[in-house]
Design a protein around this ligand. Structure first.
Ligand SMILES: [Zn+2]
Length: 330
């Protein structure tokens, strides 16, 4: 595999068209020599962090490999899926996860969410080290060295502007394609009933078990009123839902600035739809106030949040085909 030993990488071609990017991406998906599932997991992690970039379109490795570790943990440990073409030789990332599990006597059915914060950080550091060694440079080379620049020492990558815009425009399609190729790879290396079985696991591999942690923070601000219909939901604690304003199926992330409290009725009715734009304005105001109120620990949940980013995300979700606009029935 070329490029895996690079320490830094520059963007070889800054001006690229959508056609160039499709070409590179299709080449990347269809490369016959892929012996590990890394690159698909890595692309999923990039997409998941698309709206976590700073103003220079930079992503830090901790954010990327947090997503990557979560996805891999759920696939390798929770779903027991083999990640390499070789039946005897597990990938080094798979091995690191399994060793960690054994060392700390963690039950194999646990999802990543069940690990304590300190255990999550411990395994994240191990996987990040692996990723710096095997993934960052290899993915960079596999995609014609123009998707991003990176520096292993500074632990960041910076998107090429046209590639970033391309990801925004085609986010939903790229998510589908990447999930499909990852599922196809796993199907050929695991004994499973069918590809749908795997696809189902892959599609939710980055999803959290519970948003309870966020409910606590949001409750400080929303005082248990539904963000959409305004109805008080204080008395029915169990029917208090945390809703992804931009549907999770699109953003694939749990950024606090995209989460609101909703009653059961609104949450169910809204489902995978986009709320009408007056709610976007409400959310911009909510975020402004919430970011001021949240405590120190939670305040980093607003790192790299910008109003423009949320507006862009709203527009791009519609561009990506989320065209059903929802409003609550009062
Ligand atoms: Zn409601």
């Amino acid at each position: 595999m070329a490029g895996w030993d690079l320490k830094v990488g520059e963007i070889k071609q800054t001006y690229v068209t959508d056609e160039d990017i499709w070409k590179a991406l299709n080449q990347f998906y269809s490369h016959g020599y892929t012996t590990m599932s890394y690159k698909y997991g890595f692309l999923k992690s990039l997409i998941e962090n698309l709206y976590s970039v700073n103003e220079n379109l930079e992503l830090n490795f901790t954010d990327i490999f947090y997503s990557f570790t979560k996805i891999y943990w759920n696939l390798v440990i929770h779903h027991k899926l083999w990640q390499s073409h070789s039946k005897n030789q597990p990938s080094s990332i798979q091995k690191s996860l399994e060793d960690f599990c054994l060392k700390h006597s963690i039950p194999r059915e646990w999802t990543f969410d069940k690990l304590s914060d300190s255990k999550q950080i411990e395994i994240l550091e191990i996987i990040k080290k692996n990723g710096k060694k095997y993934v960052i440079g290899a993915f960079y080379s596999d995609t014609n060295s123009f998707f991003y620049e990176f520096d292993l020492k500074r632990e960041y990558l910076k998107f090429n502007v046209p590639v970033y815009r391309f990801f925004q425009k085609h986010q939903r399609t790229i998510t589908y394609l990447t999930n499909y190729h990852l599922a196809k790879f796993l199907e050929s290396n695991n004994t499973v009933p069918n590809i749908n079985y795997i696809l189902g696991k892959v599609e939710v591999s980055s999803k959290r078990d519970s948003l309870a942690k966020y409910l606590e923070i949001l409750s400080m601000y929303d005082k248990q009123n539904c963000f959409y219909c305004g109805k008080s939901i204080k008395k029915e604690k169990r029917s208090t839902h945390v809703d992804h304003f931009i549907p999770w199926s699109f953003i694939q992330n749990d950024n606090l600035w995209n989460l609101v409290i909703a009653c059961q009725k609104c949450n169910t009715q809204k489902s995978d739809k986009i709320a009408e734009d007056k709610f976007l304005n409400h959310l911009l105001v909510r975020n402004q106030e919430l970011s001021k109120q949240v405590c120190d620990e939670a305040s980093n949940l607003f790192t790299n949040y910008k109003e423009d980013k949320l507006i862009e995300l709203y527009q791009y979700s519609i561009y990506n085909g989320f065209s059903a606009i929802w409003s609550p029935s009062y």
